[in-house]
Design a protein around this ligand. Structure first.
Ligand SMILES: O=P(O)(O)OC[C@H]1O[C@](O)(COP(=O)(O)O)[C@@H](O)[C@@H]1O
Ligand SMILES: [Mg+2]
Ligand SMILES: [Mg+2]
Length: 337
């Protein structure tokens, strides 16, 4: 007998029923996010035919030139989530301040954060890109909703995930019960469960870092990479391979599938910045997914999920993936004179 396909909706309903892991409102919210990702995927797939490639005439709050798809993806996520009644507010890489659900719509108890389009530099060259999201509960001791309500450590996330628009469109999710992966069945128009309980091997021979920044790195990162590059003859006693896609979504997806370590560390180019990646909607959701798959995530000194954010667009140094490699990086940072 052919095995029955488990849809994203059915998976969530089962999580809600059997494990009581997700309340009904959170399930509905996640279904809306998945629908929005499906429509972003369609726009991505049309590419030049849909007029979605290229640069827009604007800059975002981070001072980065926006691509048309950055704006489209942001709008799709906002419009899809605004009226469902599950959310109090949203925050995005592409918006300076929070977007409170207008009072013509019912208000919910969740806060949604997203990087609507991750890997913007890859859009126009047809390389994998994605959407990253994180869900928090609004603290219920405050009336209304403020930016401060979002400033919770990653340990408080109630759901996190990403959707990768690559050769396949794949949604990866955690609600704190391991990591599950769903592949978009374009004929059926729905996400289908294709892998459960994803585990990252604790050891690896593969690292991901933008090597062009080597001269700017801090000593512990340089030491770690030098040792990897020394290969079989060096202190690690094995040859390492390197990958750098420049879409965090794609690099982290590879690590979830076959292990490895991903680093975007602090560097000396802009020493006042903690890092390049954003804590709330890049590092936190990815760190939780990686931990739920048996890996680890640190800024070198502290577990990323324990960091208490001080602002919405806070940046952070990121090292995540196979547990033993992340432990080694942490040890090198601790040993720094
Ligand atoms: O071009 P660089 O410096 O290697 O940076 C690549 C990194 O920047 C990012 O693209 C930042 O994401 P956005 O495209 O959302 O700004 C990461 O996905 C990626 O890991
Ligand atoms: Mg990004
Ligand atoms: Mg982005």
């Amino acid at each position: 007998m052919a095995q029955q396909k488990i849809s994203f909706t059915r998976y969530l309903v089962e999580q809600q029923r059997a494990d009581g892991l997700i309340p009904g409102q959170l399930r509905l919210l996640l279904e809306v996010v998945a629908r929005a990702c499906k429509s972003i995927s369609q726009a991505v797939n049309k590419g030049a035919l849909g007029g979605v490639l290229g640069t827009a005439e604007s800059e975002n709050v981070q001072g980065e030139i926006q691509k048309k798809l950055d704006i489209i993806a942001n709008e799709v996520l906002i419009e899809a989530n605004e009226w469902g009644g599950h959310l109090a507010a949203m925050a995005s890489e592409e918006m300076e301040t929070i977007h409170v659900v207008p009072n013509r719509y019912p208000q919910g108890e969740y806060l949604l954060m997203f990087d609507p389009l991750d890997g913007s530099s890859n859009i126009d060259v047809n390389v994998s890109i994605g959407t990253i999201f994180s869900v928090l509960k609004k603290p219920d001791d405050t009336p209304g909703v403020q930016e401060a309500d979002f400033l919770q450590p990653g340990t408080q996330q109630v759901a996190a995930g990403y959707c990768i628009y690559g050769p396949q469109t794949t949604l990866v999710l955690t609600v704190g019960n391991g990591v599950a992966m769903f592949t978009l069945d374009r004929e059926q128009g729905s996400f289908v469960l294709t892998q459960e309980d994803i585990q990252i091997p604790a050891d690896t021979k593969e690292f991901a870092i933008n090597m062009s920044n080597m001269r700017h790195w801090d000593e512990p990162v340089k030491r770690y990479i030098d040792e990897c590059l020394a290969g079989k003859e060096g202190p690690r006693g094995k040859d390492f391979n390197m990958r750098w896609i420049a879409s965090m979504v794609a690099d982290v997806h590879r690590i979830l599938m076959r292990g490895g370590v991903f680093m975007y560390p602090w560097d000396k180019r802009e020493p006042e910045k903690a890092g390049k990646l954003r804590l709330m909607y890049e590092a936190n959701p990815m760190s939780w997914l990686v931990e739920q798959a048996g890996g680890a995530a640190t800024n070198g000194k502290q577990r990323i999920l324990d960091l208490k954010p001080t602002k919405l667009h806070e940046r952070v140094s990121v090292m995540l993936g196979s547990r033993h490699e992340v432990e080694r990086l942490t040890q090198y940072h601790a040993e720094k004179p």
